[in-house]
Ligand binder design. Structure first.
Ligand SMILES: [Zn+2]
Length: 243
């Protein structure tokens, strides 16, 4: 038995989390959890690129530290990266202090990636200018890839499991806690992909937040479902945005 959507009663009950984002027109928010992965994440990017589709990737810190170049490519291609803890841990099973520490460690990895990108952009700028004078003004403004990062940090709890006290703490650290309205269940190797696809298409509404996984466990299912899902959504007049 698979649950491809989250009942609105649950969404209302835990209203301190973001489950969907309405009011922006016929927009779907695609999210990919558990990456980056050296092959699957680029496969997703290649699939999205011809349609200029931008998505949000909730990355695991230890994967960011293993594959920083993939993460950099996500940002330079206009996608967003959100925090999915350092070690993909369950909120319900961890003390708040340990949970918050794991979130912070993941955040450090995200910031490392961003810092490297900023430095690379600065080097290019200096090279282009043919001068060694550091342009302080443009340094403050930062490159375009950073435009959203100061506004809102995004956090998605692994397995959707988070205690109310952890939601409170996470929000007090400036995070928006993002769950989802629609789940592909692509992580299940025994999934009926046709059933998942038709449920996703049927449940799609303006503002839906949809979860896929750029992980090895989900690869086969993801590759079967995602291309057809994008086609169906585009044919129905939906567009895609980052959170
Ligand atoms: Zn996850």
């Amino acid at each position: 038995m698979h649950f491809f959507s989250v009942p609105s009663t649950i969404q209302r009950l835990i209203s301190s989390c973001t489950w969907r984002k309405e009011g922006q027109g016929k927009v779907i928010f695609l999210t990919f959890d558990d990456g980056p992965h050296p092959e699957i994440t680029p496969w997703v990017m290649d699939l999205l690129a011809p349609h200029q589709i931008k998505a949000t990737f909730f990355c695991v810190g230890e994967n960011l530290s293993k594959y920083p170049d993939v993460a950099k490519k996500l940002l330079t291609n206009g996608h967003r990266i959100g925090n999915h803890t350092m070690h993909h841990i369950k909120g319900w099973r961890n003390r708040n202090s340990d949970y918050m520490m794991d979130i912070e460690n993941c955040e450090n990895e995200i910031q490392k990636i961003q810092l490297q990108l900023d430095q690379e952009a600065e080097e290019v700028k200096q090279h282009d200018a043919g001068t060694e004078i550091i342009n302080v003004q443009s340094n403050i403004a930062g490159p375009k890839t950073t435009s959203k990062r100061e506004n809102r940090k995004l956090f998605r709890p692994p397995y959707g499991q988070i205690k109310p006290s952890q939601i409170k703490l996470t929000k007090s650290m400036g995070y928006e806690v993002v769950q989802w309205s629609d789940l592909s269940c692509d992580y299940d190797k025994h999934l009926d992909c046709g059933q998942s696809l038709s449920a996703l298409v049927k449940n799609a509404k303006p503002g839906s937040i949809v979860v896929f996984h750029d992980s090895e466990k989900a690869e086969n299912q993801l590759k079967q479902i995602l291309p057809k899902y994008l086609e169906a959504m585009m044919a129905a007049g939906f567009t895609f945005e980052t959170l």
